[in-house]
Design a protein around this ligand. Structure first.
Ligand SMILES: [Zn+2]
Length: 106
C-alpha cells in the first residue's frame, strides 16, 4: 500500500492520500536543542518544506519561528502523525515532538 504525501499551496498544507490533513499556523512544542536554546521550542509553523514517511510515521520539515525567543529557521524531521491500516492519525496538538537528526533523508 502506497501513501501519497504532498506539500500543497506553497507549503501551507500537507496532503495525505489527497486529503488536506495538516496546516500551517499551528503551534508545536519541540524537544530539541538544535533549533534554539529554549528548553522546549514553541514553534509557530510557517511553511512546510517537505514531507516523508519513516515506517508508519509521517514526518515533515518545516520553516517556523520560536515565539519564546524569536529564533527562526528550518527544522529537522518532525513527526506529525501515523499511518495505520491506510488511514492517517494526527498527533495531539499538545504533543511534545522530537525532531530526528537528519541522517536518513535529504
Ligand atoms: Zn526558543
Amino acid at each position: 500500500m502506497t501513501t501519497r504525501l504532498r506539500v500543497l499551496d506553497d507549503g501551507a498544507w500537507i496532503s495525505i492520500d489527497d486529503y488536506r490533513e495538516v496546516r500551517v499556523s499551528e503551534l508545536w512544542r519541540l524537544d530539541t536543542d538544535e533549533f534554539c536554546t529554549c528548553d522546549l521550542t514553541d514553534l509557530i509553523v510557517e511553511n512546510f518544506q517537505t514531507v516523508g514517511v519513516d515506517g508508519s510515521s509521517v514526518e515533515v520539515r518545516v520553516y517556523g519561528q520560536c515565539i519564546a525567543c524569536g529564533a527562526s529557521g528550518t527544522t529537522g524531521w518532525i513527526p506529525v502523525g501515523r499511518i495505520h491500516d491506510g488511514s492517517f492519525t494526527e498527533l495531539a496538538r499538545s504533543a511534545v515532538r522530537r525532531p530526528r537528526p537528519e541522517t536518513k533523508k535529504q
